[in-house]
Design a protein around this ligand. Structure first.
Ligand code: LIP
Length: 267
């Protein structure tokens, strides 16, 4: 069993270094921004440079570990520890200079997250968690309220995919959800949204179609903060399902509202 405190310390140090590199990035060269799965799915040279830095640092410290990264990093490893990396979650925001993006690093054992770090370089905020050890924001406990305003007065986060068909369906679901909650927030980064639930700045968050690296660290942080984290459809957090994170007292009414809104039948 690896020392989880050591993995956490490494992930925090590497995430901070990634944040510093992001801070020096220039997007002035038009070649530095290209697209991936669709014309709206952006990737920048900085995403790739930050992922390369993270991979280099993690494997230098722990040569036997595995890694999977959004920008293509893939190492099987032999140690049993696998790192799941999103160098810049919220790339569209980063490319626009819209101040809501982060670096997300998770360590997994047997495909279960045991360490999660989400670093927001704009606000200088680092969210972290170790399985069974609680969640923290800049070293202070991050705790979800066990109870609070009813769903009709809840602040709910969500997000939209890069494909037009899915966006249309997500827009239809959102229109049905909106009259039944206080308001909606769309930050543009699933990792930040999950951490925002973890520290009680949102009452709940839901999104369909997330990649593993979008939620690997944030889901552990929200869970360790006391949020319910799961899927609308039941089963694991994967691309085919709707990830939900919420105050425990909101879960039942929120899942019912999302089903009524047709969230579980979206393409
Ligand atoms: C983003 C997610 C966000 C989602 C965006 C995008 P990326 O990840 O964090 O929640 O709404 O469509 O998938 O592409 O910035 O790493």
């Amino acid at each position: 069993m690896p020392d989880l405190a050591e993995l956490l310390e490494l992930a925090v140090a590497v995430a901070h270094e990634a944040g510093a590199l992001i801070g020096t990035a220039s997007l002035s060269d038009p070649e530095s921004v290209t697209t991936k799965t669709s014309a709206t799915d952006l990737v920048t040279a900085t995403d790739r440079a930050v992922e390369a830095l993270i991979v280099e640092r993690l494997l230098a410290a722990r040569p036997g570990d595995g890694i999977v990264g959004e920008e293509g990093a893939s190492e099987a490893g032999t140690s049993g520890v696998r790192w799941v990396v999103d160098p810049i979650d919220g790339t569209t925001n980063f490319a626009y200079g819209y101040p809501a993006f982060c670096t997300s690093i998770a360590a997994e054992l047997d495909e279960q997250p045991v360490v999660g770090v989400v670093h927001d370089p704009v606000r200088g905020q680092t969210f972290s968690a170790v399985r069974g050890g609680g969640a923290f924001l800049n070293g202070h406990p991050a705790v979800v309220r066990s109870a609070g305003p009813p769903l009709a007065h809840a602040l709910v986060g969500t997000g939209f995919g890069y494909g037009a068909e899915r966006r249309a369906a997500q827009g239809t679901v959102l229109a049905r959800v909106l009259p039944h909650v206080r308001d909606i927030r769309r930050a543009g980064s699933a990792a930040l949204d999950l951490c925002t639930v973890a520290c009680g700045r949102l009452d709940a968050y839901y999104e369909r179609g997330l990649q593993h690296w979008d939620h690997a660290a944030g889901a552990l942080i929200a869970t360790e903060a006391g949020a319910w984290v799961g899927t609308l459809e039941g089963g694991p957090l994967d691309r085919e399902r709707t990830v939900v994170a919420a105050r425990p007292d909101l879960v039942e009414p929120l899942l019912a509202l999302l089903r009524d809104a047709g969230a579980d039948t979206m393409p």
